[in-house]
Design a protein around this ligand. Sequence first.
Ligand code: NAD
Length: 360
Amino acid sequence: MSAVVAEEALNMFDHPSFDKHEEVHQFHDAASGLRCLIAIHSTILGPSAGGTRMWNYASGADMLTDALRLSRGMSYKNAMAGIPFGGGKAVIWGDSRRDKSEAMFEAFGRAVESLQGRYFTAEDVGIEIEDIEIAARETRYAAGLANGASAGGDPSPLTARGIYLGIREAALRAFGTDDLSGRTIAVQGVGSVGGHVCQHLAKAGARLFVSDVDAATLTEVAKRDGATIIAPDDIYDVEADIFSPNALGAILNGSTLPRLKVKVVAGGANNQLSTPEMGRRLRDAGILYAPDYVINGGGIINVAAEILGSYSLDWVNGKIDEMVATLGRVMDEALSSGLPTSDVADAMARERLAAAAQAT
Ligand code: NAD
């Protein structure tokens, strides 16, 4: 990206990913080095909720792009999950293995608190439960906590449960059965979410091919689940029934898509499509795509239960089952209309937001 484009892109209103976001805040804490953006896309359904990502961005413009895209994704995700929350996301600029400090997460907590409940935070990539617990010393608007009256803990296992059930839902439509025994599945990323997804899939009898850039985690998961290790760059070429991306966004793009040899793409990574056009290209290639923000809402449902109080795992699992049924409806409508699943999901999410806006 040229310097000129980067400067323009720092203005939210001119940004290509600007989608009538309600608020975007920039925070800097000189003492701890915190550089953070909190984007609130919509509060139509309720206060915004979405995790915090810590990432070593190449530029402030890249950071803004991520915040705008992720917060809009949260509006759609929360709407499709049927929870009374709008869409928001926090992004912290830094290396999560090197740059964290208690002072940084206390400053982050103060930033969240300053929004007076219009944004609730939790964990996302690069953020651990301990980081959010530190932030929670300074804010009432943090969830995904390990301790406390209504603590829901790490949302990743619940995210993974929804993805596993969603993969079965997609398999039913692509292969005529949701029985995964003997199915070959290529999994990209075996971290918090991907690791739990692998565990479910292995238990269901699937044959796994796994990749990750973290060799230690990869070896551990491969050993536990009897999976075959694949080099990160080769995961798109694996001849398998299903590809499950559980690492980073924009991995379904012009160069990866022609390499896929699968019939289904279903995984938890946010913003998998590099552009909306990729949804159309997946359809044209005969690949059934489970829209990311529909299949990966299990974690935010768990967070919602915690924010609403009186946490109940039964309520969470019930909501995840509803979410998976919604995913089934999206796929059925796409298959009968010929539209890409991503377009059907976007339309359904926008309808839910418009209906809520009209009701207020
Ligand atoms: P994580 O950091 O625990 O795991 C991500 C894993 O991906 C890591 O092991 C990392 O080494 C690996 N990775 C990074 N680059 C890779 C590459 N090029 N190839 C293969 N592996 C690579 O994060 P997570 O919480 O498991 O989240 C994974 C994805 O799921 C993210 O996109 C996140 O936004 C999304 N998500 C997470 C949750 C949740 O509950 N944690 C909920 C919804 C969506």
